[in-house]
Ligand binder design. Structure first.
Ligand SMILES: Cc1ncc(COP(=O)(O)O)c(C=O)c1O
Length: 358
């Protein structure tokens, strides 16, 4: 058995619960209706030649740059946002450097940073998951080379103002600030307009959520053109596969489809939050396509009861500050109605349980 690098030996295996996901999947913040029919039609039209050739990423980067109003040199397509995070960690983190993350948040920032041998500085969110700006600023050091912020954040759904993020970028010019906008479409606010300045700002987007293409693995990393040229050196020229590249422009062109879905999610989010109030369950107002809810010590039973009704949700009890919490993805109107009915049923059933807050 070969010995892995110490940084890798020390990593905990991250195994999201992907097995046996039959039913209504409200556990991974995916789209519940899938991609646009125009994307599927394009997919079906592909021939053997598309698959025989190595994929050419750059022309599609041009389409994406136009879509975002950026220069092509500012854009790199990645194998999901996950790869964008990985590339930033490989580009900027030496062993012993520091990566700052605000907890609780998306797991992959810490994993990729630790894999480079960096020290991860976890800063706990404030009460009600308020962004801990002062605490973060006080933790920036000469060794801080990466700061990763999901905006809106996963699993809390909370968002932070662009001005606050710009303050962070300015306070740490020696560090890459990654603003991960995986849930941008459901929030509607972006820091992308500032991509030219400050030069240490990077923005990530994904087609895994609002576009319903998690299985194709398409992410977008944007940043200052000079920085992006450096990040590009670390990426494989074939990191995004030919099928993904072939359908991506069509996915972006079908604005109507995505808009319609996002509208349904935003309305559903309101309905769900209203229902949670009625049920007496504590939740945090969300800017994303999911809501974090505190159900108390019976969180395992709660997840189990919904699963037995064909609905998968995610237990977030082990995330810092999320004791007794579950995360519910908001999908189409129809799927939200199904979720709400099941929630009423489960809360009613568990009300007998002395420890459930319902
Ligand atoms: C904040 C955040 N960033 C990135 C991702 C992963 O995105 P992708 O599928 O593009 O790798 C997720 C997925 O849950 C996420 O919550």
């Amino acid at each position: 058995m070969l010995e892995a690098r110490a940084a890798v030996r020390n990593l905990h295996a991250y195994r999201p619960p992907l097995a046996g996901r039959q039913g209504l999947r409200l556990d991974f913040n995916e789209s519940t209706v899938g991609c646009s029919p125009r994307v599927l039609a394009k997919l079906r039209s592909l021939d053997a030649e598309v698959l025989a050739r190595y994929p050419e990423r750059e022309p599609v980067e041009g389409d994406v740059a136009d879509f975002l109003g950026l220069d092509v040199a500012q854009v790199l397509l990645t194998n999901g946002v996950d790869e964008g995070i990985h590339l930033l960690c490989s580009t900027y983190l030496d062993p012993g450097d520091e990566a700052i993350i605000v907890a609780p948040t998306f797991a992959m920032y810490a994993i990729f940073a630790q894999a480079e041998g960096a020290r991860v500085v976890h800063i706990l969110s404030g009460e009600n998951f308020v962004f801990p700006l002062q605490e973060l600023l006080s933790q920036i050091s000469a060794r801080t080379r990466l700061i990763a912020v999901a905006n809106p954040n996963n699993p809390t759904g909370s968002a932070v103002a662009c001005e606050t993020l710009l303050q962070v970028a300015q306070a740490a010019p020696q560090a890459a600030l990654l603003v991960d906008e995986a849930y941008f479409e459901f929030h509607g606010e972006t820091i992308l307009d500032h991509i030219d300045q400050p030069a240490n700002l990077f923005v990530a987007r994904t087609l895994s959520k609002a576009y319903g293409l998690a299985g194709l693995r398409i992410g977008i990393l944007a940043g200052d053109a000079r920085q992006m040229a450096v990040v590009r050196r670390v990426a494989s020229p074939y990191n995004v596969n030919a099928v993904a590249l072939a359908v991506l422009p069509e996915a972006l062109r079908d604005h109507e489809y995505v808009k319609h879905y996002v509208d349904e999610v935003q309305r559903g989010r309101e309905l769900l939050e209203q229902e949670l109030r009625t049920l007496g369950l504590h939740y945090w107002p969300s800017r994303a396509n999911f809501v974090l809810v505190r159900v108390g010590p019976a969180h395992t039973e709660f997840v189990h009861e919904l699963r037995s009704r064909g609905i998968l949700i995610r237990d977030r009890d082990s995330d810092p500050g999320c004791e007794g919490c579950v995360r519910l993805t908001v999908g189409s109107s129809k799927h939200t109605r199904i979720l709400i009915n099941a929630l009423r049923d489960v809360v009613g059933q568990l009300a007998e349980h002395p420890e459930v807050r319902a």
